[in-house]
Design a protein around this ligand. Structure first.
Ligand SMILES: Nc1nc2c(ncn2[C@@H]2O[C@H](COP(=O)(O)OP(=O)(O)O)[C@@H](O)[C@H]2O)c(=O)[nH]1
Ligand SMILES: [Mg+2]
Ligand SMILES: [Zn+2]
Length: 356
């Protein structure tokens, strides 16, 4: 039994346990993973450990390779879904075909990724399934959105060298994206040493593929970890329009150069809008905005319709929806209360990531 708590990193969660990779050499040898109990709450705020967390472990039983997480270091960043703490890079993976690239779905993944505040890049997989010109056109399109983009194929090996060197930087990179786009195949191609572990599951059964069920961190280079994650198809959107706008790099870049006339511009044909309607994601942004506003309306008004349908009018330096004045007054104040409530909630970001 060691007396001093030992530092390490959570690399996977399993039921009520977590796997912790201890820093440096230990009595476990080089592959020093301990199965640790994770308490339902680590502190008064109800914080739970998630993959990527820096923790301290005590009550170690070296022979049974067991321990108990007793401390959690503050997080530098958090990807909400899949829940991964201390992410330094998010790689959104979508396939060019089988399944085909859906720009709205990709946008939703990018919005989730942007919420980490960390660099975000795009991988277009299965490049072997489209003509080179079509692949190049997609790359140009996504670069127009503001994203470094790599097209690759695990079948031909194209693009893998470039991605491997990017992911070998120190820190945690997360591969996220819809299921079936080839995230696990990609990780196998990047780190052949892992192939045994992953391929063993589907193996010679010829079932076609291993299905990833949990987030797990894998070492790719010294100090560089990559998370494979289960796919899910519809990431949630942020709860307010400001956060949504902040997740569109091309919007931010343009507004930094020349702001719209109104601070609360919806960028959907509003008077004095600096964006206009010729930007590629104008329509995608509009669809996300409608959903964000509808949900904000549901939260504040118990299901009443969103604003925007009746047009907008100028009032001071703000634009306001043209609505029945009675309704407008109540909806604006209750909406503000709803937002305030969210912002002041102490552990909103750190609440149980598994529930999401
Ligand atoms: N054509 C083609 N198929 C691929 C490629 N990479 C993966 N796949 C196939 O896509 C399917 C899903 O792969 P998988 O790695 O499990 O996707 P995940 O759900 O994102 O982890 C499998 O049948 C793979 O063989 C590729 O580069 N080209
Ligand atoms: Mg997978
Ligand atoms: Zn605008």
């Amino acid at each position: 039994m060691g007396a001093e708590p030992l530092p390490g990193r959570v690399v996977a969660l399993q039921a009520n346990y977590c796997l912790v990779d201890l820093d440096g050499p230990s009595e476990l040898g080089p592959d020093g993973r301990l199965l640790c109990t994770r308490r339902t709450r680590l502190d008064k705020s109800g914080l739970q450990v998630c993959v990527g967390d820096r923790v301290t472990v005590a009550s170690v039983d070296w022979r049974a390779r067991r321990g108990s997480v007793v401390g959690l270091e503050p997080r530098q960043s958090l990807l909400q879904r899949p829940a991964v703490a201390n992410v330094s890079r998010v790689v959104v993976v979508v396939s060019l075909a089988e399944p085909g690239l859906d720009p709205l779905q990709l946008t939703r993944f990018l919005i989730t990724a942007e919420a980490t505040g960390q660099p975000v890049q795009v991988v277009l997989s299965k490049a072997d399934l489209l003509p080179a010109a079509a692949v190049a056109a997609w790359c140009r399109r996504l670069e127009g959105w503001g994203y470094a983009t790599v097209a690759l194929s695990t079948h031909t090996g194209a693009g893998l060298v470039a991605l491997r060197s990017q992911l070998s930087q120190p820190g945690i990179a997360v591969l996220c994206g819809p299921s079936g786009v080839g995230k696990s195949s990609l990780l196998n191609a990047l780190a052949p040493a892992l192939e045994l572990r992953v391929a063993a599951v589907s193996g010679r059964l010829r079932r076609g593929r291993h299905t990833t069920r949990h987030v797990e961190l894998f070492p790719l280079a010294p100090g560089a970890l990559v998370a494979d994650s289960p796919g899910f198809n519809t990431p949630a959107l942020p709860s307010d329009p400001q956060t949504l706008a902040a997740a569109f790099p091309e919007l931010l870049a343009r507004l930094r150069a020349s702001p719209c006339r109104f601070a609360n511009c919806r960028h959907q044909g509003d008077p004095g809008c600096a964006m206009g309607d010729s930007w590629d994601r104008h329509g995608l942004y509009g669809r996300c905005l409608e959903e964000v506003e509808a949900l904000a309306g549901v939260r504040s008004r118990g299901g009443q319709g969103r604003h925007g349908e009746g047009g907008m009018r100028q009032r001071g330096d703000r634009l306001e929806p043209l609505l029945d004045p009675q309704l407008r007054r109540s909806s604006r104040s209750t909406r503000r209360q709803a937002l305030d409530g969210e912002l002041s909630s102490p552990d909103r970001e750190d609440s149980d990531p598994d529930r999401r």
